[in-house]
Design a protein around this ligand. Sequence first.
Ligand code: GLN
Length: 484
Amino acid sequence: MECRTVLEHSKALRGKEYSSLELTQAMLERAQSCASLNAYITLSPEVALKQASTADKLIGKGKAGPLTGIPLVHKDLFCTKDVRTTCGSRILDNFISPYNATLVEKLQQAGMVMLGKANMDEFAMGSSTENSYYGPTRNPWDHERVPGGSSGGSAAAVAARLAPVATGTDTGGSIRQPAALCGLSGIKPSYGRVSRYGMVAFASSLDQGGVMALTSEDCAYVLQAISGFDEKDSTSVNQAVPDYIHSLSEPISGKIIGLPREFFADGVDKPVSQAIRESISVLEQLGARIVDIELPNSAAAIPCYYVLAPAEASSNLARFDGVRYGHRASEYSDIVDMYESTRSEGFGPEVKRRLLIGAYVLSIGYFEAYYVKAQKLRRLIADDFSKAFEQCDVIVGPTTPTTAFPIGQKTDDPVQMYLNDIFTNSANLAGLPAMSIPSGFDNQGLPIGLHLIGKYLDEATILNIAHQYQLHTDWHQRIPEGYA
Ligand code: GLN
C-alpha cells in the first residue's frame, strides 16, 4: 500500500481498506528502514499518530475531504508549532516555532498527517542537498547520487515512497530540479499564490511554497488546498483560486506550446534533450501546436539570480544573531563577539558565501554596478516572457541540463552547482508558475524532467497539460529499484 498515490490512498481510506493510523504507522516504519537515504531531519511519530486518529474519526463520520488522513512530509523550513524547524542549519538546530506556517495550517485543516520534516540545503541554498548541517540526502534511484536541491529530502522521501506527497519551496528551482532528478511531479506556483507566512525567508521576492508528488493530479489536489490569499503575507495575491482539479480533464488540443531556442542550445546532455523532444511529440499527438519562441535574455538569468538572491538573503538572515533564535555561541567576550561567534559557528560555508556576496553587492560602492543592474535584467527577463506568452499558452523545455550527478562532484565548484538552475530560475525572476514532470530516463536509469512554464496565475494550464501527458505516458509510474 505504501506505493500508492494520494488519490489512491484517499479512495482506500474512504473505502475502509485500511485506516489512516495503519497507513501512517506503515509510513513511519518505512522511513526508519530507509534511514540511510537521510531524507528526514526529524520524524514526528507522536504528532502523526494523533493527526491520523483524528482523521480516522472524520472518515468514520463520513466527513472526510480528499486529503483527510493522507500522510505527508514538510520541507524543514515551514514553521511547525509542535516540531522543530531547523532549515537544515546548525543555527536553528534547537528552534521550535511558536506558530504554524499558513501552508502547514491549511494542510492540517484539510486533514493531512505530518510524518516529519524533510532534509534540505541549509536555508534552501543549494541544488543538491549536500549543504545540510544534517548531512547529504541520497537519491533513491542511485544512492551515490544527489537528489537535487534544495528540497532534496522532500523529493527523496516521495521517490522512495516514504510519503505520497511532500511540500517544498522554490526560490530558483528547488522544487522542480529535485522533482526532475528524482522522477517526480513538482509545481512551483506563481509568486503570491501560496502564502509565505511561516516559511523561513531566503530571498523574499523569489521564494514560493509548492508541492512534489507522484502525479500532477496529486499536485493539483494539494495545491488547491494551499493556494489563496493570506492577510498575514503582504505579497499574497488577493484573487480567486481557479478549480485546478476540474481543469485537469480538459483536452489539450489547440493549446500552443512555445519552444524557446535558448533552452535547446548546447550544454544539455543528449539523453535529456532527446527525451524532451519525444515528450514534445507526445504533446503534439495530443493536439497541441508547437511554435518557436525566443527568450533573448535567458543567459542573464543565472548572474541576475545569483546577485539578487544573495542580496535578499544577506538582509533576511541578519535576524539570526544568537539573541532571538536558535543557537548561541557558548563563549564570547562581548556582544559583538557573541554575534560573530554565533554566526561563524551556526552557518555553513555556502550560506556564508551567499551572505558575503549579498553584503558586497549591496555595499555603497557596488550597489549600482551589481544590485541595480541585476534588477534591470530581471525586468528584461520578465518582459521576454510577456512577449513570448503573446504567442503561446505554455513554454516547454528541459528542467535541468543533466540527470542526477554523483555526491561530491560539484561541491568544490559553486559555479558548476549554480548552473543547475539555468532553466529554472528565470520563472522565479518573472514570478511565473512552473512545473517539472517525469519524461524519460537516461541510459543509467536516471529520471529526466520536462519543464512547463505557465502564464502568471495560470497554474491550471500547466497542470492540465501535465495531467494529459501523464494519461498517455508511464514515466511517472516507475519506482526506483528496491522501493516497490
Ligand atoms: N539552487 C538555487 C540556489 O542555490 C535555488 C535554491 C532554491 O530554489 N531554494 O539558490
